[in-house]
Design a protein around this ligand. Structure first.
Ligand code: PEP
Ligand code: MG
Length: 749
């Protein structure tokens, strides 16, 4: 089937239709008005080169090519493109394309855009943006067929060939689909940033001209600019430019002088609202601010293209420069921001840990707690596996070390001693040392400029040794999550082993000492200590961990409160350590139970706490809401008597969306702002508020400004963020609160 209609494709078809077509199909599914069109998919291109006997010719030419020799590169490129141009288009394919073109124009010859949409078999989301050709204003069936072939040929421009070699893509694995899309003969057109392109604020910026969008792209016409605040739903700014001419289509593009009309405002208020509404749907769908091209024809708004904005910067960093500068070796998830240069040290086993010296880049399949000392020395961390909430991600954020996780093959591709630059925000590892202009890094805010917010802004802690520094530098209002498993997993042996060896007192001593570092550092600010929550695969790595069950899905397995209740001695030991701290006067403690799914778990854990002498009237006792079950039966959980809940969006997202949070293969589906997750959150906050139960968040989403803003609107009592972003979250909270107050005042007037 050589031709697919755009309305029939979506993101799951990226490997056959390429990112561009899949994206347009996705928009259509959201009922976004996109100009109609079809795709000649990538299988058709393969079919074409096979039938024309070009496959072996093309790839043997490429195999022997040294792309650094420009003349040779140009010669080979031209040779391949000529072969493609001159090869006969198989009849059935040509027929199908012509038939689709006719249907597109309802029998009439319409103007279409013929765009390349490259695909990579093994890396469906690889970006080849701008690498291949696009032809606008194409008309007539023969012309369309010809341009499809030209797009195919553009897979072999010198630039495209060079790019693939440089980025390590196999030529054979990259194919090309071609989108044929009706051109809008627009009266008005332009671009829209759904959020502010630099600060990321929810301010929509629209640029508009009369006629076709090429006027903006060419830079020859200054467009009108409109700024619309999506939160207050107000048009903040209207700048009307003098638009000297417009471009229209008659026989090809034509310039028409505008005279007095050029001084008129292009967009009406209604049109702006319509565009903003569409932009919001698109941004929500992708979970990222978008750069959208739009057009209006006959009063109908069309979205022509949408891609994520890549310019949103933290603290004025010039990352674009970096991207251009060096060869990209690897891509993964940016897990801890910052840029660092260092020598690669692959850490495969315990033995390798000592190899890591100050300033090295630690590379591992996944980090483990016994690597923490080496992680402290490292200038950056890179892992094969993991998502944004894996061990490496959490610990490196806490240490302030840039990290890239989920690269799939860092341990294979990188070699000991290699010099690399790691961009922990974008998730890229570059070869060599890249000169990056020294920037203002996002440092924890200084204590001298306190910003008071009604919503408390707390911090997450996993490494007790870092607590004092974090307490001082972030000035956080407390610890909203103290993950004790990291310190327990770095002990000499498995907790059960201590218990079995008759050394329970020693175990309690050890965890008491570590806990004390945190409650002391933050005293009198509250510290919510969470009972242990580590999956069996992490426990197994410890000495004495051989007996851990082997589970197919540790994330769904023997972890969290269910484990502490099944092996009650664990829980008792934790309670005894906490009791000792309370007896010493550290009443700034809260106890938090992870992975709750039933009231009975709370009841039983509470009983253990009381039996161990914990004065529940003097300290806070609460739960994590991190399963859909907890969110959906929150009323029943509240009845058990809890002081607070904390939203664990890391788990809540994985359990709601059926996406293993540590599985890099499905990381693209992991979205904490998915409407289903947001609904569970909203419901939980609302019901807790009705019952006087404090609400908080300690999942990674509490470190995302756009989520925090929503949570403040929902009335959350506190937000607990990663140490590196506490200051920024405090600003976001302050602004959101101010907006709420202003809104209320306005209503009173
Ligand atoms: C969560 O699930 O959101 C959470 C904070 O807990 P953890 O990441 O430790 O599972
Ligand atoms: Mg969790």
């Amino acid at each position: 089937m050589p031709v697919l209609w755009l309305s029939d494709v979506g993101k799951n078809d990226i490997s056959i239709v390429g990112g561009k077509a899949a994206n347009l199909g996705e928009l259509l599914r959201l009922e976004i008005p996109v100009p109609d069109g079809f795709v000649v998919d990538a299988r058709t291109f393969r079919d074409f080169i096979n039938r024309a006997n070009l496959r072996s010719k093309i790839y043997s030419l490429l195999q022997n090519l040294d792309v650094e020799k420009t003349e040779e590169l140009n010669r080979v490129s031209e040779e391949i493109r000529k072969m493609i141009r001159e090869a006969e288009m198989p009849e059935e394919i040509g027929k199908e394309i012509k038939k689709a073109y006719k249907k597109l124009g309802n029998g009439k010859e319409v103007y279409v855009a013929v765009r390349s949409s490259a695909t990579a078999e093994d890396l469906p989301d690889a970006s080849f943006a701008g690498q291949q050709d696009t032809y606008l204003n194409v008309k007539g069936e023969e012309e369309v067929v010809k341009k499809v072939k030209e797009c195919w040929g553009s897979l072999f421009t010198p630039r495209a060939i060079y790019y693939r070699v440089q980025k390590g893509f196999k030529h054979e694995n990259v194919s090309i689909a071609v989108v044929v899309q009706k051109m809008v003969n627009s009266e008005k057109s332009g671009v829209m940033f759904t959020s502010h392109p630099v600060t990321g604020e929810k301010k929509c910026i629209i640029e508009a001209v009369f006629g076709l969008g090429e006027a903006i792209v060419s830079g020859l016409v200054t467009p009108d600019t409109y700024v619309y605040d999506r939160l207050s739903k107000k048009l903040l700014e209207v700048k009307i430019a003098e638009k000297k001419f417009m471009i229209t289509r008659k026989n090809g593009n034509e310039r028409v002088e505008l005279g007095e009309k050029g001084k008129e405002r292009v967009l009406s208020d209604d049109e702006i609202v319509k565009l903003v509404d569409l932009g919001e749907v698109i941004e929500d769908h992708y979970g990222k601010p978008q750069d959208v091209e739009w057009a209006i024809e006959g009063g109908q708004v069309y979205i022509v293209q949408s891609r994520p904005i890549t310019t949103i910067k933290e603290a004025g960093e010039e990352r674009a420069e970096l991207e251009e500068a060096g060869k990209i070796l690897l891509k993964g998830l940016g897990a801890s921001p910052g840029i660092a240069v260092g020598e690669v040290k692959i850490v495969g086993s315990e033995r390798d840990i000592s190899k890591v010296k100050d300033g090295d880049v630690l590379v591992a399949v996944m980090t483990t707690p016994d690597m923490v000392p080496a992680m402290k020395k490292a200038s950056a961390i890179v892992t094969d596996e993991g998502g944004l909430t894996c061990h490496a991600a959490i610990v490196s954020r806490e240490l302030g070390v840039p990290a890239v996780v989920g690269t799939k093959n860092a341990t294979k591709l990188l070699k000991d001693g290699m010099l690399v630059t790691v961009d922990g925000e974008k998730g890229i590892v570059y070869l060599g040392k890249l000169e990056v202009a020294k920037k203002e890094e996002a440092k924890p805010v200084s204590v001298s400029a306190p910003l008071i917010t009604a919503t408390e802004v707390k911090v997450n802690i996993s490494l007790p040794d870092a607590a004092e520094k974090v307490a001082r530098e972030t000035n956080a209002d407390g610890v909203g999550l103290f993950r004790i498993e990291h310190m327990i997993l770095s002990l000499e042996k498995h907790p059960m082993k201590y218990i079995k060896d008759g050394e329970i007192e020693k175990y309690i001593d050890l965890i008491y000492n570590e806990m004390k570092k945190v409650v002391k550092a933050f005293y009198p600010r509250p510290v919510w200590i969470r009972t242990i929550d580590a999956p069996t695969d992490e426990f197994r790595a410890m000495k004495g961990g051989e007996d851990e069950p082997i589970e197919a899905n540790p994330m769904l397995g023997f972890r969290g409160i269910r484990r502490d209740l099944a092996e009650e001695m664990h829980l008792r030991a934790e309670m005894r350590a906490i009791k000792r701290l309370i007896d010493e006067g550290y009443t700034n403690i809260g106890i938090m139970l992870p992975l709750i799914v039933s009231p009975e778990e709370i009841r039983r854990a509470k009983r253990v706490a009381i039996e161990e002498g914990i004065p529940l009237d003097r300290i806070d006792f609460g739960i994590m809401v991190e399963t859909p079950a907890a969110a959906l039966i929150i009323e029943d959980l509240i009845k058990e008597g809890i002081d607070f809940i904390s939203l664990g969006t890391n788990d809540l997202t994985q359990y709601t969306l059926a996406v293993d949070r540590n599985n890099e293969n499905v990381a693209y589906l992991y979205d904490e702002t998915h409407p289903a997750v947001m609904k569970l959150i909203e419901r939980t906050i609302k019901i807790c508020k009705e019952h006087g139960v404090k609400t908080s968040i300690c999942g990674q989403a509490g470190s995302y400004p756009h989520v925090v803003e929503k949570l403040v609107e929902m009335g959350i009592d506190s937000v607990s963020a990663n140490p590196d972003i506490v200051h920024r979250i405090r600003e976001v909270v302050a602004r959101a609160e101010r907006k709420i107050i202003l809104e209320k005042l306005r209503k009173l007037q």
